[in-house]
Ligand binder design. Structure first.
Ligand code: ATP
Ligand code: MG
Ligand code: FE
Length: 347
């Protein structure tokens, strides 16, 4: 199926077009530079930026794909989770396009999209799919027997998300926003064993699939503060590398344990933090050693984009899932267990 996907859950206006598992277009306009000086995404600014970028980005995607909008089999859109005002812009645009074109509308889950996007890279997802979802707002281990209908959380973070920890540590180091890419860059020049930062929830009695990154974030902040108070220079590269090592060590260890416990022979990693070069390398090493096939999309498909929404929408069409209603709401806290928002069935 030929599907256009619209993503506006945060600060990226993304429009992607796919035909089944084939990526035809991936247009992204980001307002991240506007937010950078505030040290985080400002919801109201994000909504306005989506409004301005929406139509040109859709046009750019259609041009890139070289298709006519009338050929589409459906229009998919992120219905949640995310920033309410930002989501509303995408949902409204998707309704308008779908209705005007006379095509079905599919409100889909942003988190399931972060997983389904891998079909554009590595073909059909195995069933069940074991996924480590690590992003700015979420960190979970998910087992999905069917990415369009059945996604089961095995465990999640009990405090900060992995991406949030990257962003907060970058802020303490005065490296700007977002923190992930810049810490990734500094870490390449640092020693990952320079500082022994804590690995949260890895004790024998801790929940095996839950994560905790707020203790790590505090430990890093305290370590930096002690250096500063002593009038010593902060070794940014070593702090970055050691912090990043602590995060990726816990993520990969728990993901591999979940694969082993559930008897799954592959691991999918998705979400913005899956763009991290050390996480990718460590997962590759550890999966290879454990005989597990690793599936991670290219970095550009890990961070927010419209192609991932189109990928999940195409799967909805392929599996004859019910379309959404024309009054589809934006749901800022749509649970990961709801991969899409079907129209209520008539009684
Ligand atoms: P969610 O998907 O939970 O709704 P989001 O959509 O805001 O959150 P994503 O775009 O999926 O988040 O990911 C953004 C996060 O990924 C940010 O926290 C950012 O710092 C992090 N990130 C991006 N690139 C990297 C990288 N190379 N290394 C580590 N973290 C990264
Ligand atoms: Mg973003
Ligand atoms: Fe995301």
């Amino acid at each position: 199926p030929l599907v256009l996907g619209i993503e506006t859950s945060c600060d990226e206006t993304g429009v992607g077009i796919v035909r089944g598992h084939t990526l035809l277009a991936d247009a992204v306009a980001s307002s991240v530079d506007t937010h950078a000086r505030f040290g985080g995404v400002v919801p109201e600014i994000a909504s306005r930026a989506h409004l301005e970028a929406m139509v040109p980005t859709i046009q750019r995607a259609l041009d890139q794909a070289g298709i006519a909008a009338s050929d589409l089999d459906g229009v998919a859109v992120t219905a949640g989770p995310g920033l309410a005002g930002a989501l509303l812009v995408g949902v409204s645009a998707a309704k308008a396009y779908a209705y005007a074109l006379g095509k079905p509308l599919y409100g889909v889950n942003h988190l399931a999209s972060h997983i389904c996007v891998d079909q554009l890279e590595h073909g059909a997802l195995p069933e069940p799919t074991m996924a480590l979802l690590v992003s700015g707002g979420h960190s979970s281990l998910l087992l999905a027997p069917d990415i369009t209908a059945d996604v089961r959380p095995l465990g999640s973070t009990i405090d900060d998300a992995a991406g949030e920890a990257f962003d907060k540590v970058a802020r303490v180091l005065n490296l700007g926003f977002p923190g992930g890419p810049v810490i990734d860059k500094y870490a390449k020049e640092g020693d990952p064993d320079a500082i022994a930062f804590p690995r949260g929830l890895t004790g024998p009695r801790d929940a095996p699939y839950d994560f905790s990154f707020s203790g790590l974030k505090t430990a890093v902040a305290r370590w930096i503060e002690a250096r500063r108070n002593a009038g010593e220079e902060v070794p940014v590269a070593d702090v970055s590398a050691s912090f990043q090592e602590a995060v990726t060590d816990v993520l990969t260890r728990k993901a591999l344990r979940a694969c082993r416990d559930e008897g799954v022979d592959h691991l999918m990693i998705g979400g913005g933090v899956a763009a991290n070069s050390r996480l990718r390398a460590m997962a590759e090493e550890r999966c290879a050693a454990a005989g597990i096939t690793l599936r991670v999309p290219r970095p550009k498909l890990c961070t927010d984009n419209g192609a991932m929404v189109a990928a999940l929408g195409a799967e909805m069409v392929a599996r004859n899932r019910a379309a959404s209603a024309w009054d589809l709401p934006a749901d800022s806290s749509l649970p990961v267990t709801e991969p899409h928002v079907p129209a209520p069935s008539p009684h």
